[in-house]
Design a protein around this ligand. Sequence first.
Ligand code: GAR
Length: 200
Amino acid sequence: MKTAVLASGRGSNLQALIDAWQSGSLPVNLVAVGSDQSEAQALKRAEAAGIPAKAFPLNAYPDQLAQEEDLLAWLHGNEVELLLLAGYMRVLKADFIQKAGFPILNIHPSLLPAFPGLHAQRQAVEYGVRYSGCTVHFVDEGLDSGPIILQEVVPVLPGDTEDSLAARILEVEHRLYPEAVRLLVGGKLERRGRQIWVKK
Ligand code: GAR
């Protein structure tokens, strides 16, 4: 399955996907990495792994719709069949999602529907929850609102800061995202309305 990843920054989730792919434990073909940030470390990680990488900086376009149109044409040109958002810090427009024609997954650093949007780990620390975690979900037109594929709980410890919690959650993200992709590609996910059932 020809798979692309979009990332805006550091790209540690992208790296986890690349590592799994290179070790033969991710049954996809990573064919493209895109970013909305020209300086994203994710683009350098892709290049180091020999994956074509391209920036689509918003300021090069009249608006986000035009940027996403160009991005989608590039993904279609690469015959992408699956798109993974890995720290892509922009909400894709409905137009992009409707025209994509391939599934889009996202990973989010909280137990959705709690703490959607930016700074999920800071929101969790400030709220005072005892447990947070991460979620891999299908992308729909809302904000972190699509059907949930996998979630895993991570404890919030006394004295945690946004950064210490983010680091603890990130370790789990790096394992959970490849796992969700394996389930999808292996035909193990069955959609029943909003619910995603995992077949044995
Ligand atoms: C990850 O924690 C990811 O879950 C989060 O950004 C971080 C990216 O790190 N995504 C979101 O908050 C999306 N709403 P990375 O660039 O090292 O993978």
